[in-house]
Design a protein around this ligand. Structure first.
Ligand code: SAM
Length: 236
C-alpha cells in the first residue's frame, strides 16, 4: 500500500467513525441492547419451552405457566399495564382459585411517554376509566406506577406464589416496577413480559437485564414465543 492509499483509507475510517459518533443515541442503544440479548439472554432462551401462538392467543402462554407452575394453588397476580383489562381477564379465567388475588396497576391514561412510531404518548388510554371485570378478587390501583407502587408495597403482604405481568411496554416503567418489587421477587416468582424484545431489546428486555445487574439477581427463562416477544421467566 503506498502513502497515498494509506491517507485515503485513514480518511474513510475517520468518516465512518464520525458518522457513527454523530448518529442518534437511540441507534447506539439498540445496537448495545441487541448485543446484550445475544450475549447474555439468548442462551437462557434456548432452554425455555417454545410455544407457538399468535397475539390474540396470548392466553396459551398464560395457561401453560399457570398449569405448570401454579397448578390449582392460589396466586398473587400483579399486572403492570392493564389498559382495557384483556390480559387481566384471561388470568381471572385461567386461575379461578377463590384465594387468588389480582392487582392491576395503570394510570388508565395511556403511555406516559412516546414509545414506537405507532404508539406515541397516550396510546392505550382508557380516558381514566377502570375496566369492570366483575370479579371480587381484582383490585385496581390507579395512577402512575411512580406514584402508586411504593405506597402499595408498603402495605402489601404476599400470601401466595407471585406472578407478575409486565405489560407497560416502556423501559422506564418496567425498570421502575422491577426495582421496587425486588424484595418480593423471591426465588420461584414468575414474571411475564408481553413485549420482551421490542425496539431491538431496548425496553422490557433491557429493564430485566439492568434490574438483575443492579440487584444481583438472575433468572431462568421458562417459556417463550419463537420470536422472543412474549416470554415468561422464573427468578432464581
Ligand atoms: C399495552 S398497554 C396494556 C395492555 C393490557 N395488559 C392488555 O393486555 O390489554 C400498556 C399500559 O401501560 C400503562 N402504563 C405504562 N407505563 C405506565 C406508568 N408509568 N404508570 C401507569 N401506567 C403505565 C399504560 O397506561 C397502558 O395502559
Amino acid at each position: 500500500m503506498d502513502a497515498e492509499e494509506v491517507v485515503n483509507r485513514t480518511e474513510v475510517v475517520k468518516e465512518v467513525i464520525s458518522m457513527l459518533a454523530n448518529g442518534p443515541a437511540e441507534k447506539w442503544n439498540w445496537y448495545y441492547r441487541t448485543r446484550q440479548f445475544d450475549e447474555a439472554i439468548e442462551l437462557k432462551a434456548q432452554d425455555a419451552m417454545l410455544l407457538d401462538f399468535d397475539y390474540e392467543n396470548r392466553n396459551v402462554m398464560y395457561q401453560c405457566i399457570n398449569d405448570r407452575f401454579a397448578r390449582k394453588a392460589p396466586i398473587d397476580y400483579l399486572e403492570f399495564g392493564v389498559a382495557g383489562g384483556v390480559s387481566m381477564k384471561h388470568w381471572l379465567d385461567i386461575n379461578p382459585n377463590p384465594e387468588s388475588r389480582f392487582y392491576g396497576f395503570d394510570s388508565f391514561e395511556g403511555l406516559p411517554e412516546d414509545w414506537t412510531a405507532s404508539s406515541p404518548k397516550g396510546s392505550f388510554s382508557q380516558e381514566g376509566i377502570v375496566p369492570d371485570l366483575q370479579d371480587k378478587r381484582v383490585r385496581f390501583i390507579k395512577g402512575l406506577f411512580q406514584e402508586t407502587v411504593e405506597p402499595f408495597l408498603r402495605i402489601f403482604k404476599p400470601r401466595n406464589k407471585l406472578v407478575v405481568h409486565m405489560d407497560a411496554d416502556l423501559y422506564s416503567s418496567t425498570l421502575y416496577c422491577l426495582m421496587h418489587l425486588n424484595r418480593h421477587l423471591l426465588p420461584g416468582s414468575i414474571i411475564l413480559f408481553d413485549e420482551f424484545n421490542s425496539r431491538n431489546c431496548s425496553d422490557e428486555c433491557a429493564a430485566l437485564a439492568d434490574y438483575c445487574k443492579a440487584c444481583h439477581r438472575d433468572f431462568k427463562m421458562l417459556a417463550r414465543r419463537e420470536d422472543n416477544m412474549k416470554v415468561a421467566v422464573e427468578m432464581l
